[in-house]
Write a protein that binds this ligand. Structure first.
Ligand code: CP
Ligand code: NVA
Length: 331
């Protein structure tokens, strides 16, 4: 059943009802089938969108550009704007809102994207902030639906690693909203904000879900349907490598951890990019400095039959397109 999301910003999943989240996943599925069938759409015909990236991106930027153009929108990519430097966020938002139908923002503070939404008067989409990465979750949920043939309510997702980062927070919210079982598995110093945990535990009580935070690996991964991890050091925190490597080495996702789930069909997921070998500049530097070739996930797991990371990446396109179509589209 369609849910009317016209004119809404997409800043965090906290703002969306379970029904709206289900609708966005269903819409993504439809758009994916249409794309696969080679049908060119006009659901964003003559719309103008601007994409602002204050942090690096491959998937998110490409998904917004491709998603918009496949449905007939025009895209401006803005990387070196005046915003925040010579012009306030408020003034920039006022200007962009007069030109564009929608604004995507990737950057640091959640408060900045909230201000953009408040002052632009058009839908603003969160392409990742320090706190949340909601479009990634939609792609992850669609991928789970495609690979695990159980209702969301019966699925246990274990987020391992830096459980207080944007992905950890966003997964906790998604599970609480959809009645899923969430485990944040991390050393104590990387547990999520207790206020958010409390809020999500209360919500999970209403939806039939469960939100647990633990540092106990055996207990945490037992019965997992999905073991999810992310980089140990997020964008903007690069000085933290030495302490994170020390803290998170025992939480690396390897085959031994997968076996501890006792689920032969356990899936491995990661938002990407991932440090699973030394084929990157950072990977090489880390190897030189710390003597490790893999960080959050071993190459063996990354390439194993358990891994669905590239299906997940593919689904960024369809889910991001769905967010734009639902909020500014001709539907
Ligand atoms: N997962 C994700 O957001 O990828 P990018 O950083 O490449 O956009
Ligand atoms: N937590 C990561 C996610 C990248 C998609 C970061 O913020 O760098």
């Amino acid at each position: 059943m369609p849910v009317n999301l016209k004119g809404r910003s997409f800043l965090t999943l906290k703002d969306f009802s379970p029904k709206a989240i289900h609708y966005l996943i269903a819409l993504s599925k439809d758009l994916k089938s249409k794309y696969r069938a080679g049908i060119k759409g006009d659901l964003l015909k003559d719309k103008n969108v601007v994409l602002i990236f204050d942090k690096a991106s491959t998937r998110t930027r490409c998904a917004f550009e491709m998603g918009a153009s496949q449905e007939g929108a025009y895209v401006t990519f803005l990387s070196n704007s005046q915003m925040g430097k010579k012009e306030s966020v408020e003034d920039t938002a006022e200007v962009l809102g007069r030109y564009y139908d929608g604004i995507e923002y990737r950057g640091f503070k959640q408060s900045l994207i909230q201000d953009l939404a408040k002052h632009s008067g058009v839908p603003v989409w969160n392409g990742l902030t320090d706190e949340f990465h909601p479009t990634q979750i939609l792609a992850d949920l669609l991928t789970i639906q495609e690979h695990i043939f159980k209702p969301f309510e019966d699925i246990k997702v274990v987020f391992v690693g830096d459980a207080r980062n944007n992905m950890g927070n966003s997964w906790m919210i998604a599970c609480a909203k959809l009645g899923m079982h969430f485990v944040g598995l991390a050393p104590k110093s990387l547990w999520p904000n207790p206020k958010l945990v409390k809020e999500m535990q209360a919500l999970a009580k209403e939806t039939g879900g469960k939100v647990e935070i633990t540092s106990d690996i055996d207990k945490g991964v037992k019965g997992a349907d999905v073991i999810y991890t992310d980089v140990w050091v997020s964008m903007g925190e690069e000085s933290k490598f030495p302490e994170r490597i020390k803290l998170l080495k025992p939480y690396q996702v390897n085959l031994k951890m997968l076996h501890k789930s006792k689920n032969p069909h356990v899936r491995f997921m990661h938002c990407l990019p991932a440090f699973h070998d030394t084929k990157t500049e950072v990977g090489k530097q880390i190897y030189k400095k710390f003597g490790i070739k893999e960080m959050e996930v071993t190459d063996e797991v990354f390439r194993s039959r358990h891994s669905i990371v590239f299906d997940e990446a593919e689904n960024r396109l369809h889910t991001i397109k769905a967010v734009m179509v639902a909020t500014i589209g001709n539907v």
